[in-house]
Design a protein around this ligand. Structure first.
Ligand SMILES: Cc1cc2nc3c(=O)[nH]c(=O)nc-3n(C[C@H](O)[C@H](O)[C@H](O)COP(=O)(O)OP(=O)(O)OC[C@H]3O[C@@H](n4cnc5c(N)ncnc54)[C@H](O)[C@@H]3O)c2cc1C
Length: 545
């Protein structure tokens, strides 16, 4: 496999602007002739689909949940980074770039990361314009807090539900386009395969999770924004649906997978409390702004309640080992340090499999300094969540936390244009590998997903489409678009296709559409929006089985 990262020449700070100026354009009248498939409607996918549609492309967007609002992005708690320097504490695009590169153990692609830092400032403006309710200071300015691996405060947040609020913003933009008829949203559809024609990505095969129908969809370009693969580990903080099916299927079609071993272990999760758990719960990194991490100095104290361990018998091991970052040391470093003290036998909490795997995250000093009301205002929903799960009140006793699998830095390999090694297959958000090296800093995944979706993919996909003849995509009846399981039975393309289709076609589905009409677009679509047939359900809906 020959990999060319296509990093533009010139100084880091100028690469993206110079590159953008050279990218080819598609004139507005021609954009509607191109059909873009976006798989995934989390932050990256919703942002990309809405942006493509706003530009005038014909877009189909797929997700397996019952609504784009259910994407795993909704789980993000702590915040999103941007180099706005609202705190006047020395932040800059350069500093965000440096922190991200250093935090990623110098394994990330510098050109991509610099671009990410540059567009981070636009993301906040975009989201504020959408009405995302970021936390504000008393005077009305947007508030910031600190996150791991940074010595400035650059994290924008909406209490402990930043991902949800950002997703509502992106979903609103997507819904607007769905309402206008420019995005056709296919919920409850799982991507089963990537369709290649002459080596280029030209469509996908899906299964309708409600009817079971297997269908093929043709397009001029395919964009995967299908999230990470943390659930390859038995326990993680990810939703059970984060199952890597889409990227794996693209990989089977030849898309390279990069850095699969780079998995983030997050230091602040609720410890495993039994043998029958299927999932772990994250306590946001933002809690380390005010919480102090400690364990007893002596293993003999580990079984005692925290309140009975005097101050001089406590080891604030992150503050001791990493004085410049303290409790906000990067995630990999903080996780390793927590595991080390537990391996020394100084962990706290109940024993699971004979070991105490937990360290304290203690808010008593912050409550004394700021008052409980202020801590409640900053983290109230996280404290409630902790109490719901553990039955412990973290205003009165320290939380217990332990590292857990959280994020996957690896993903499908992409070049600077977010294009995989398969031409016409673009990858955004957590599904690609490009921006976080060996370790992602907190609050940088939301930044990357939205950067890719709103500010990078619209440019680079346009450049690709400018080289594709409008309307040249294959018919969804082309042999390659059939599900692989059906392909081997082919005696002659026409006959076996029909057989496959007739076997796959659900018999109960009503056929309200006329044979000549593109069934992919709703029957109620306004006449002014009518477009040429582009992506079409297989023969069962066109009446040609
Ligand atoms: C508990 C938790 C808290 C977090 N907190 C933060 C935080 O505070 N700040 C931060 O920056 N990051 C945070 N992250 C990370 C961040 O939330 C994710 O990396 C990011 O939201 C991923 O967005 P995405 O759009 O790439 O993917 P997702 O939001 O995971 O969306 C994936 C989409 O792909 C679709 N999909 C997947 N496979 C298929 C398939 N085969 N067929 C059809 N559709 C498919 C899904 O339906 C979904 O719509 C957190 C992560 C977790 C687990």
């Amino acid at each position: 496999m020959k990999l060319d990262s296509k990093i533009p020449a010139g100084p880091l700070a100028d690469k993206w602007n110079n590159h953008k100026a050279k990218l080819r354009l598609v004139n507005p009248a021609n954009r509607r002739k191109y059909h873009v498939i976006v798989v995934g409607s989390g932050l990256a996918g919703s942002a990309a689909a809405a942006s493509f549609a706003e530009m005038g492309y014909e877009v189909s967007c797929f997700c397996y949940q019952d609504s784009p609002r259910r994407a795993h992005s909704i789980a993000a708690q702590g915040g999103i980074n941007a180099a706005k320097n609202y705190q006047n504490d020395g932040d800059s695009v350069r500093r965000l770039f440096q922190d991200t590169i250093k935090g990623g153990d110098y394994r990330a692609r510098e050109a991509n990361v610099y671009r990410l830092a540059q567009v981070s400032v636009n993301i906040i403006d975009q989201c504020v314009a959408q009405g995302v309710p970021f936390a504000r200071e008393y005077g009305g300015l947007l508030a910031n807090r600190s996150f791991g691996g940074a010595q400035v405060s650059r994290t924008f947040y909406a209490r402990g539900q930043t991902g949800q609020q950002l997703l509502i913003g992106a979903y609103s933009a997507l819904s607007r386009q769905i309402g206008l008829g420019t995005v056709r949203m296919h919920t409850r559809h799982e991507m089963l395969d990537l369709v290649l024609v002459d080596g280029k990505a030209k469509g996908i095969v899906t299964r309708d999770l409600v009817t079971g129908a297997v269908e093929s969809w043709a397009a001029d370009v395919v964009v995967l924004c299908t999230g990470g693969y943390g659930n390859v580990f038995y326990l993680s903080t990810n939703a059970q649906g984060c199952n890597v099916t889409a990227t794996y299927r693209a990989h089977r079609r030849g898309a390279g997978f990069a850095n699969p071993c780079y998995t983030q272990i997050h230091p602040t999760c609720i410890p495993v409390h039994g043998e029958d758990q299927a999932k772990l719960t994250l306590m946001s990194e933002s809690l380390r702004n005010d919480g102090r991490v400690w364990v007893p100095k002596n293993a003999a104290d580990c079984a005692k309640p925290a309140a009975e361990i005097p101050e001089d018998a406590r080891d604030y091991f992150l503050e001791r080992k990493y004085p410049s970052y303290g409790n906000l040391a990067p995630r990999d470093i903080a996780s390793r340090a927590a595991k080390e003290v537990c391996d020394e036998g100084r962990g706290v909490g109940q024993r699971v499999d004979g070991k105490r795997l937990g360290v304290y995250l203690d808010f008593s000093a912050a409550i004394r300094r700021l008052g409980e009301a202020e801590i409640r205002a900053r983290y109230g929903n996280l404290f409630d969540m902790y109490e719901n799960i553990t039955g412990e009140n973290a205003y009165q006793q320290p939380m217990r936390i332990f590292p857990a699998v959280h994020y996957t830095m690896g993903g499908l390999w992409v070049d600077y244009n977010l294009q995989s090694n398969v031409p016409g297959l673009f990858v955004g958000g957590e599904a690609n590998f490009s921006d976080h090296g060996a370790n992602r800093l907190g609050a940088s995944a939301l930044m990357q997903g939205l950067a890719d979706g709103y500010f990078v993919l619209p440019y680079v996909v346009t450049d690709y489409l400018a080289g594709e003849k409008p309307g040249s995509r294959p018919s969804p009846d082309a042999p390659d678009s059939r599900p692989p399981s059906r392909r081997s039975t082919t005696a002659s393309p026409g006959s076996s296709r029909s057989t496959a289709r007739s076997r796959l076609a659900p018999t109960t589905r009503p056929s309200a559409r006329s044979p000549g009409r593109s069934a992919a677009w709703p029957a109620t679509r306004p006449a002014s929006k009518a477009r040429s047939a582009t992506c079409r359900r297989s023969a069962r809906t066109s009446g040609r089985t």
